[in-house]
Design a protein around this ligand. Structure first.
Ligand code: SF4
Ligand code: FES
Length: 232
């Protein structure tokens, strides 16, 4: 099938404003948007810039706005989209070039919630043990690939880019509810701040955007509840 790929282009070193470029591409219906972008890059216009690594929905590097929704280009089949496909960079971050955005502010928020196991107690003889039920408590939030699809689809983040955003909360949740971790109170204090979890207005865009199917809003609600009732 032939698709018309309309891509928002911007090279800050050369362009004053972003502009749209259109490319007609012959694809198989089961090709992914990433395949179409690579066709453009290899055969039509080598200056097109986008980011991808695994090409299998694992690394999170090719999140972009596809037909108005945040998706991973390597997970969306062109047959799901029809003959006209628009592709734009994630919103809310500075564009480095074309579809590549500067995600440093996103990763700074991720680092701020201390995304690692905190436990100063002497290590046990064997591993730190955990029951299947204890592990299940944070199973969903272990699936995050830090693609930023949730945060950049969130109206609260659009309204205030300082909001820590759903991705950082999801990753805080992963450790707050880990029975082996002792840093829960520290992380909850960080999320209780002015730009923290209370800026979430339960809009659910994050749930729709998450390519890993994480119930993001539920994770955020559990963090809010833990703050209200100290129920770790
Ligand atoms: S929660 Fe989902 S959408 Fe958000 S960064 Fe993680 S994988 Fe991406
Ligand atoms: S390229 Fe890794 S998630 Fe798409």
């Amino acid at each position: 099938m032939r698709v018309m790929l309309k891509i928002k282009r911007f090279n800050p070193e050369r362009d004053r404003e972003p502009y749209w470029a259109e490319y007609e591409v012959e694809v198989e219906p089961v090709d992914r948007v990433l395949d179409a972008l690579e066709y453009v890059k290899w055969h039509l216009d080598g200056t097109l810039t986008f980011r991808r690594s695994c090409a299998h929905g694992i690394c999170g590097s090719d999140a972009m706005l596809i037909n108005g929704r945040n998706r991973l280009a390597c997970k969306v089949l062109v047959k799901e989209l029809g003959a006209r496909i628009t592709v734009e960079p994630l919103r809310g971050f500075p564009v480095i070039k074309d579809l590549v955005v500067d995600m440093e502010s996103f990763f700074a928020k991720y680092r701020a919630i201390k995304p690692y196991l905190i436990n100063d107690e002497p290590p046990p003889e064997t591993e730190r043990r955990q029951s299947p039920e204890e592990r299940a408590r944070f199973d969903d939030t272990t699936k995050c690939i830090l693609c930023a699809a949730c945060t950049t689809s969130c109206p609260s983040f659009w309204a205030n880019g300082e909001y820590i955003g759903p991705a950082a909360i999801v990753n805080a949740h992963r450790f707050i509810f880990d029975s082996r971790d002792r840093g829960g109170a520290e992380r909850l204090a960080i999320l209780n701040a002015r730009m923290g979890v209370w800026r979430c207005r339960t809009i659910f865009n994050c749930v729709e955007a998450c390519p890993r199917g994480i119930d993001v809003t539920r994770a955020i609600a559990e963090v809010k509840r833990a703050l209200l009732f100290s129920s770790l």
